[in-house]
Write a protein that binds this ligand. Structure first.
Ligand code: SF4
Length: 567
C-alpha cells in the first residue's frame, strides 16, 4: 500500500504514514507543493528547522506511460523565498514507485549538526552516520555508497555546495549507469537538504516491483501508453539525435541566445556549441547522444560526453548549461563547457545559476568574457568555498549586489534559464509570473510553439498561462517536459487517467489539476510575502534593445498583473 515516509532529523525518528485521500491524484510537483503548503510556515527561514524537503515520484511513475520517471523535490526556496519544485530524471523515482513510496518528507535539523545518510529498503528505513563522506563531491560520494550498498541502488546526494548551504546548490540523482549527473538544480534545494544534515539518500528496491498507482483497466492504459510512446519516438528524433543542444540554432535564429551576460541575442561561436557540434564530438570520442537518463524514457535526449582522450567527462549536457556556461560567458568550446558542467555536478551546483553568477562577475570585471581558465577557476572557488566562491554560490542576484552590478537577469532572486525574454516574450511572462521564479520549465514558449510569434507582445499572456497550467500537469504526472505540455498531450493524459481510474476523466479535469497546483503555489508565495510587485523582469530588459533584432520586453505590466486573475 502507498505510504509516506516522514523523517524527523531533530528527533532522529522515521514514521511510515498512510497517504491522506486528498493526495490521491497528486504526485511529483503537485504533491511536493501541496505538502509544503500544508506543512510549512511560508514565513519560515528556508534553511531553518521549520522548512521541510519533500521528495516525490510522479503520479504515473512506475506505469507504462513513457518518460514518466521524473523525481520532484520541493521546499521553501532559499533563493526565491517562495515555494519551489525542481525535478530530475535518474532512477530514484522509479525505485520509490517500486517501493510504493508516495513521498519522503525530511523535517527538523539534527541537534548535533552531524551529517547523516538515509537508507530505505523494502523492509526498513534507517538514519545512519555519514561523517565519513561529508566534504566529498557527488561523484566520490556516490562511488563510496555504491561500494557499500551495491551498484544498483539509486542515490540522491549533495556536494560541497549543499553542505555549505549555497543558494545555488543542487541535488544530484543517479542515472541508470549510477552517475550523479541528473540534478534538481533550481532554487537551492541542495542547501535545504544540507540544512537537514542529510548528505545522501540511498534507495534499494532490490527484488521489489510494487505499484504506486493502481491502474483499473491495465489493457486500455497500456494501449494508450504504447501508442503514445511509438509516436513520440518518431516526433522527437531531433532531441534523440542532437539532445537539447538542438535548441541552440532556433533560439539563436529568434535572436534570444543570452550572450555575454545578456548583451546580445546571438553568439558568433554558436556553430561550435550547437546540436550538430555536440553530436559529432560525442560520437567521435566514443560518447553518445540518444541516452535515456531515466527508466522508460523513449525520447532519450541525454548524452554522454567524453574528453579528447575518450574518457568519460560528464553526461546530460543540456541546452541551458551550454548557453549559460557557453555563449553567456563568451565561451565557444564544448570541452570547456563540459568541464564546467562536470564541476557543477560534482560540487552540487546549478549550472544555470552559476552560469548567470559568473556572467555577472565577468560583467563586474572579475574576469574578461571568453576567459576559459577564469571561468573554471571561479567555479572551483565556489566548490572550494573561498569567499569569492561563496558569493558566486549564492547566485547571480547576490553576486550582482556584492559587485554593484544591476544587469542581473533574475526574477525573485533566481537567474534566468538561457532564453532572453526580449526575443522569447512568452517565456519572459513565465519568468515574471511563475511561482517558481525565472524557471523555464514552468512554461517555456519556444520559437514556433503554440501558434504565437515569440517576438511580439500579443498573445503572450494567454500562451504563458496555458503553458504554465499544462507544465504543472506534466510535472504532477512525473512526465518529462519533453513529452510536450500542449493540448494533444493533455488529451492523452485524460485517456490514460480514464483507463487508470475506471471512470471518465476529461481534459478539463486534467487541466484543473494544473490550475490547482498553481493556486496552491501562488497562495504559499503570497503568504511568504511575494506579491505581484515581485512579478517583474529587471528593467534593462524593457530599456535596452537586444541586438541584432532590436527587441525589448514590451508585454505590459498591467496585463502581467492580471495574469492569474481568472485561475
Ligand atoms: S527526454 Fe531527456 S531529460 Fe527527459 S527523461 Fe528523457 S533523457 Fe531525461
Amino acid at each position: 500500500m502507498a505510504k509516506i515516509i516522514r523523517v524527523n532529523l531533530t528527533q532522529q525518528t522515521i514514521l511510515s504514514e498512510p497517504v491522506p485521500d486528498k493526495y490521491f491524484m497528486l504526485g511529483g510537483r503537485g504533491l511536493t507543493s501541496q505538502i509544503v503548503f500544508d506543512e510549512v510556515d511560508p514565513t519560515c527561514d528556508a534553511l531553518g528547522k521549520n522548512n521541510k524537503l519533500v521528495i516525490a515520484p510522479g503520479l504515473l511513475t512506475g506505469t507504462l506511460a513513457p518518460s514518466s520517471s521524473r523525481l520532484s523535490l520541493g521546499a521553501k526556496s532559499p533563493l526565491t523565498g517562495g515555494i519551489k519544485e525542481s525535478n530530475a530524471g535518474g532512477t530514484v523515482a522509479r525505485k520509490l514507485a517500486n517501493l510504493e513510496i508516495k513521498a519522503i518528507i525530511l523535517e527538523g535539523i539534527p541537534a548535533d549538526r552531524s551529517w547523516y545518510l538515509l537508507k530505505i529498503t523494502n523492509t526498513e528505513a534507517t538514519i545512519l552516520p555519514a561523517g565519513d563522506i561529508a566534504g566529498l563531491g557527488n561523484y566520490d560520494t556516490v562511488a563510496s555508497l555504491q561500494a557499500l550498498y551495491g551498484p544498483k541502488v539509486g542515490i540522491i546526494s549533495i556536494g560541497p555546495g549543499g553542505e555549505r548551504k549555497m543558494s545555488a546548490a543542487s541535488v544530484a540523482v543517479t542515472d541508470p549507469e549510477g552517475r550523479p549527473c541528473r540534478h534538481c538544480g533550481r532554487g537551492g534545494l541542495g542547501a535545504v537538504m544540507g540544512s537537514k544534515g542529510i548528505k545522501a539518500v540511498v534507495i534499494d528496491d532490490n527484488g521489489v516491483d510494487g505499484q504506486l498507482f493502481t491502474v483499473a483497466d491495465r489493457k486500455a492504459f497500456n494501449e494508450v501508453a504504447r501508442t503514445w510512446a511509438k509516436a513520440m519516438v518518431q516526433a522527437k528524433a531531433g532531441l534523440t539525435n542532437f539532445g537539447t543542444a538542438a535548441l541552440v540554432n532556433p533560439v539563436s535564429a529568434a535572436g534570444g541566445l543570452p550572450t555575454r551576460n545578456y548583451r546580445t541575442g546571438t553568439f558568433e561561436g554558436s556553430d561550435k556549441i550547437n546540436g550538430t557540434a555536440l553530436a559529432e564530438t560525442t560520437k567521435s570520442r566514443g560518447g553518445r547522444t540518444g541516452h535515456a537518463c531515466s527508466p522508460g524514457c523513449v525520447i532519450r535526449c541525454s548524452n554522454i560526453y567524453h574528453d579528447a582522450e575518450g574518457k568519460y567527462l560528464t553526461a546530460g549536457l543540456e541546452f541551458e548549461t551550454i548557453v549559460l556556461m557557453g555563449s553567456n560567458l563568451g565561451i565557444d568550446s564544448l570541452d570547456v563547457i563540459a568541464a564546467l558542467d562536470r564541476r557543477c555536478d560534482d560540487y552540487g551546483l546549478d549550472t544555470m545559476e552559476m552560469g548567470n553568477a559568473i556572467g555577472v562577475a565577468m560583467e563586474a570585471g572579475i574576469a574578461p568574457f571568453g576567459d576559459r581558465k577564469a571561468a573554471l577557476r571561479l567555479l572551483d572557488e565556489a566548490g572550494e568555498g573561498t569567499v569569492l566562491g561563496r558569493v558566486l554560490g549564492q547566485g547571480s542576484t547576490v553576486t550582482g549586489k556584492v559587485f554593484g552590478v544591476t544587469r542581473v537577469a533574475a526574477v525573485k532572486g533566481q537567474g534566468m534559464a538561457g532564453y532572453d525574454p526580449r526575443a522569447l516574450k512568452g517565456t519572459g511572462v513565465t519568468y515574471a509570473t511563475s511561482p517558481m521564479g525565472a524557471d523555464h520549465t514552468a512554461g517555456n514558449l519556444l520559437p514556433g510553439r503554440a501558434g504565437v510569434d515569440c517576438s511580439s507582445p500579443d498573445g503572450q499572456i494567454k500562451a504563458s498561462r496555458d503553458l504554465q497550467i499544462m507544465s504543472a500537469v506534466i510535472d504532477n504526472m512525473g512526465l518529462c517536459l519533453f513529452v510536450g505540455p500542449l493540448p494533444p498531450e493533455m488529451e492523452i493524459i485524460s485517456r490514460l487517467l480514464t483507463s487508470a481510474l475506471g471512470r471518465p476523466f476529461s481534459i478539463e479535469d486534467v487541466l484543473e489539476i494544473g490550475k490547482g497546483i498553481l493556486r496552491t503555489e501562488l497562495a504559499f508565495n503570497r503568504a511568504a510575502g511575494l506579491h505581484s510587485a515581485s512579478d517583474r523582469l529587471p528593467e534593462f530588459f524593457s530599456m535596452e534593445k537586444l541586438s541584432p533584432k532590436g527587441l525589448v520586453f514590451d508585454v505590459s505590466d498591467k496585463d502581467i498583473k492580471q495574469m492569474y486573475s481568472a485561475l
